[in-house]
Structures are given as structure tokens and as C-alpha cells.
Design a protein around this ligand. Structure first.
Ligand code: COA
Length: 277
């Protein structure tokens, strides 16, 4: 098994195709220090090409998912060192809004507890988000005299309703996992004791679906959203050709359609199993 890590601030556990990355600063409510950002960047870029990772789960140790940016080590300790501030911001932005958002395998945010400010882009970047009913979410930035920066305002505008985004960003009020699900910012919430089972059930289902199709599908949904109709049409056409090419490299042809026409399965009711498996 390819070993990834160890890291100072996160844990990486691999089992049966499912990799769980856990923020591991429970005594600091998993606040994101510059070291945690660097660890996440290094871990995710290593896991991108790791054959043993087919689904990625992101969660937090203890009673927090993440309390957001570490107000001490990320904002205060760095002082006026502009080069270091810029570098920290770049790494922090890159792993959440680029590497995790476009991670080539399915990603699930398992929100076990507190989730504040800078942790919102992590939830937003993951393809799926499931929380504990009592998880506490908050855009606390106005409470400490600033705005939801670092792409937080961007992701809430893209993923929440206009009213919800402005309401929670401007009042700093918290909401729980149940409400996050009601407003459709996450897929669903469940009691904390069921959270792991719920997430693992979804992860195991994703393991049964063609990984090439999964990667192309998430890329399509995440990319076309900001394209014009015309751009989206041609981009998707090229993407379909890319899938055919990747399947042909794997000696797969168009098995999915062949098996339907041979009445071996119904794609509306479940995924086919490639002959190669
Ligand atoms: N940055 C730095 N340290 C943090 C932190 C953050 N975002 N969130 C928590 N911590 C630290 C606390 O300073 C404390 O450290 P200490 O034990 O060395 O004193 C430790 O984590 C535990 O925090 P505490 O407030 O005692 O825990 P709690 O369970 O009572 O409350 C929170 C948890 C998350 C509600 C509370 O810590 C909090 O409001 N944190 C800030 C959340 C925030 O505004 N994040 C936005 C950043 S973008």
C-alpha cells in the first residue's frame, strides 16, 4: 500500500478504496493553521494520483469539523510579513478551491461538528456534504469585524440562495445541520451517531460507479456553470470524446450501451459492472 504522510496536523486513513482525511487539531477545534493548509495541499496532491484512493472523505477529529482559519497563527502571528501572508493565502486557497474542488475522484464532506468561516469553502468544494443534525455552522466574520473573505463570499453566493447567503453573512447567526439540509446547502443531516455509516454507505455506492464517468461528470457540472450555452455545448462535446478515448485506452469500448442493448441491465435502475472487473 502506498503510504501518504505522516503529517503534523492531519490524519490519512486508507481502507478498501475509501480514503479519509481528518483534520487533527481537536484541542484547537481544527482551526486551520498555515501548517494545516500546507499538509492538506501536500496530502491532496499526493492522493490525486493514488490508485488506492477511489473516494475521498474529509472530516474533523473531536467536536469540530473545522473552526475556520486559525485566528492566531494564520492572521496574527504572521505580523506584517507580506510575502508570508500572500504565500499562506495562496496555499490556503489552492487546496480548498482548486485541488479539492476539482479532485479527480468523488469527495464527501463529513461535517461532524463546528464549521465556521474558512471551513465553508471546504464543504462547498466537496461533491457531497453530509452533516450531523446538531453540527453548528456560522459565518462569524462580521462578529470579529471583517467580511467573509478568502473566497467564502464567492462560494456562499454560488451555492446558497441570495437571501440565505446575505442573512447568515450579515448577521453572523449560526444554523445547525438540519437547517443546512433544509436550505439545500448540504445533501442531508443525520444524528451524529449515524454520520459515519451514512457517509460510508454513500462512499461504497460511489465505488460501484465507473470512475471515468464520475470524474467527467463532476468536471462537467463544476465547469459549465460559468460558461455560456455555446461554450458549454462545445466543451461537453469535447469531454464526451475524451471519455470515449479513455475507455478505448482501457480496452472498454462502449460496454455500457452494449450491455443495455443485450438486456443485461437497465441503466435507469443501476450501474453496469465492467467486464474488466
Ligand atoms: N482560531 C484559533 N484558535 C481557535 C479557533 C480559531 N478559529 N477556534 C477555536 N480555537 C481555539 C481556542 O482559542 C481554544 O484554544 P486554547 O485552548 O489554547 O485557549 C481552543 O481552540 C478551544 O476553543 P474554545 O472556544 O474553548 O472551544 P468551544 O468548544 O467552547 O467553542 C468555537 C468552539 C468554535 C465555537 C469557538 O472556539 C469559536 O468561536 N472559534 C472561532 C470560530 C470562528 O469565528 N472562525 C472563523 C475563522 S475564519
Amino acid at each position: 500500500m502506498a503510504t501518504i504522510g505522516p503529517f503534523e496536523t492531519i490524519l490519512v486513513d486508507k481502507a478498501d478504496g475509501i480514503t479519509t482525511v481528518t483534520f487533527n487539531r481537536p484541542d484547537k477545534r481544527n482551526a486551520m493553521s498555515p501548517q494545516l493548509h500546507q499538509d492538506m495541499y501536500d496530502a491532496l496532491t499526493a492522493l490525486e494520483g493514488d490508485d488506492e484512493t477511489r473516494v475521498l472523505i474529509v472530516t474533523g477529529a473531536g467536536k469540530a469539523f473545522s473552526a475556520g482559519q486559525d485566528l492566531k497563527s494564520y492572521f496574527r502571528d504572521v505580523g506584517d510579513d507580506q510575502a508570508q501572508i500572500t504565500r499562506n493565502k495562496r496555499v490556503s486557497n489552492d487546496w480548498r478551491n482548486r485541488v479539492l474542488r476539482m479532485f479527480p475522484k468523488p469527495t464527501i464532506a463529513m461535517i461532524n461538528g463546528y464549521c465556521f468561516g474558512g471551513a465553508f469553502p471546504i464543504v462547498a468544494a466537496c461533491d457531497f456534504a453530509i452533516a450531523a443534525d446538531d453540527a453548528v455552522f456560522g459565518l462569524s466574520e462580521v462578529n470579529w469585524g471583517t467580511l467573509p473573505g478568502g473566497m467564502v463570499s464567492k462560494v456562499i453566493t454560488m451555492q446558497m440562495s441570495y437571501r440565505d447567503a446575505l442573512y447568515y453573512a450579515m448577521t453572523g447567526e449560526t444554523f445547525d445541520g438540519r437547517h443546512a439540509a433544509e436550505m439545500r446547502w448540504i445533501n442531508r443531516s443525520v444524528p451524529l451517531e449515524q454520520l459515519q455509516d451514512e457517509v460510508m454507505t454513500l462512499a461504497r455506492k460511489l465505488l460501484t460507479i465507473d470512475p471515468v464517468a464520475l470524474q467527467a461528470t463532476k468536471e462537467a457540472v463544476k465547469q459549465v456553470i460559468e460558461m455560456s450555452q455555446e461554450e458549454a455545448f462545445y466543451w461537453l462535446l469535447a469531454k464526451e470524446n475524451e471519455i470515449k478515448w479513455r475507455h478505448s485506452l482501457a480496452g472498454r469500448g462502449s460496454e455500457g450501451i452494449d450491455k443495455f442493448l443485450a438486456k443485461e441491465y437497465r441503466p435507469g435502475l443501476g450501474a453496469f459492472k465492467p467486464d474488466a472487473e
